[in-house]
Write a protein that binds this ligand. Structure first.
Ligand code: KG4
Ligand code: ZN
Length: 340
């Protein structure tokens, strides 16, 4: 089975071809860093226009890389949300057109489900249920992944996502955009104990995350310490919060593994800390390779493959959904999921 995946929910345009036996035949990606850099963040209208220009050539390139034609594809998977509506529409409409032209089914994929199932693309032994820490630019959640299309949200952020805090810290330190990798690089030559910073909600009885106070605290110390020391201390504070909240969730669930996914999961220090936490709980730790953590279309194709195998396809009038929680039964939390 061969699945074409499309991703366009934020600032990466991507197309990939993935098989149900876990072969990534092609995976193409066009970032938009240069277009958004002057604004220090993603500008939705610029993003949507860039997706329009990039997507079709990327699909053609991916098909050519894989040495296949559209007629050989068994289903087309496209991100249908959540995310910036202009971009989501570009990818979803393109996916619908390709599916219709090829006479193949459409699979409308929740971007978060793409992240959530991505570890199973590279780890065939990862079985349900697993505890997932999903940390990206728009989300910070703990989910019990019980199966394809079956997610129980255990915690979310009450304000900012972890990736958003990385991006804001990079901006405050003048490290550029996107911020996560820049902060990680600066942190490598800094002292994580140099700058006193808060660990919001650490030890709290409630399960959730909060990063707004940490972000504000970074703003107050800029200029008082070396940028490298602020970066390292900030990164350590984020890690301490992630570990504390994840340990709390681990104590209350039966899971086969601790899994991390999403853009922030590309961070080496975050991965190491979570691996050691899993070790102290005698649990398996699984993290996708860094290229599969940040936004890409292979994870969308893979989620499409998993959904298709489960008999889940979607009609061509499926709407784009700027907001789309993975667990619709989870109670609303202040500010959660504000961004993508
Ligand atoms: O999953 P993703 O590519 O897009 C969303 O769905 O949001 O995540 C992007 C986020 C950005 O905030 C980016 O700064 C962060 O992931 N990120 C990192 C690293 N690489 C990307 N954060 C910390 N360390 C990194 N190495
Ligand atoms: Zn993402």
């Amino acid at each position: 089975m061969l699945i074409l995946g499309l991703e366009s929910s934020c600032d990466e345009t991507a197309a990939a071809l993935v098989t149900d036996d876990r072969r990534v035949l092609a995976h193409r990606l066009a970032g938009q860093e240069a277009a958004h850099a002057p604004y220090g963040g993603v500008v939705p209208e610029i993003a949507a226009r860039a997706h329009v220009e990039a997507l079709e050539p990327l699909v053609a390139a991916a098909l050519s890389d894989a040495g296949v034609t559209l007629a050989q594809v068994d289903a087309v998977a496209a991100t249908a949300g959540p995310g910036l509506i202009g971009g989501v529409l570009v990818g979803l409409v393109t996916g619908k057109a390709l599916a219709h032209a090829a006479g193949k089914p459409l699979v409308a994929v929740n971007h978060l489900e793409g992240h959530a199932l991505s570890p199973r693309l590279t780890d065939p032994d990862l079985a349900f249920p697993y505890l997932l820490l999903l940390v990206s630019g728009g989300h910070c959640q703990l989910l019990l992944v019980e199966g394809v299309a079956r997610y129980r949200r255990l915690a979310t952020t009450i304000d900012d996502a972890a990736g958003e805090a990385f991006d804001k810290t990079a901006k405050l330190l003048g490290l550029g955009f996107p911020g996560g990798p820049a902060v990680e690089r600066a942190a490598a030559s800094g002292d994580p104990r140099a700058v006193p910073l808060p660990r919001p909600l650490r030890g709290s009885a409630e399960p959730h995350f909060s990063f707004a106070g940490l972000k504000a605290a970074v703003a107050r110390v800029v200029g008082q310490y070396r940028a490298e020391d602020i970066a390292a201390s900030f990164q350590q504070a984020v890690i301490d919060c992630l570990l504390d909240r994840t340990a709390r969730a681990l104590a209350g669930v039966e899971a086969t593994a601790l899994v991390v996914a999403g853009g922030v999961a590309a961070n080496g220090a975050v991965r190491l800390a979570l691996e050691s936490l899993a070790g102290t709980h005698g649990m398996r730790f699984v993290a996708p390779p860094p290229w599969l953590c940040t936004d890409n279309a292979a994870m969308i194709a893979w989620a499409g493959a998993e959904r298709f195998a489960a008999g889940l396809t979607d009609p061509l009038d499926t709407p784009a959904r700027p907001r789309w929680p993975l667990d619709p039964t989870a109670e609303a939390v202040r500010g959660a999921g504000v961004k993508a």
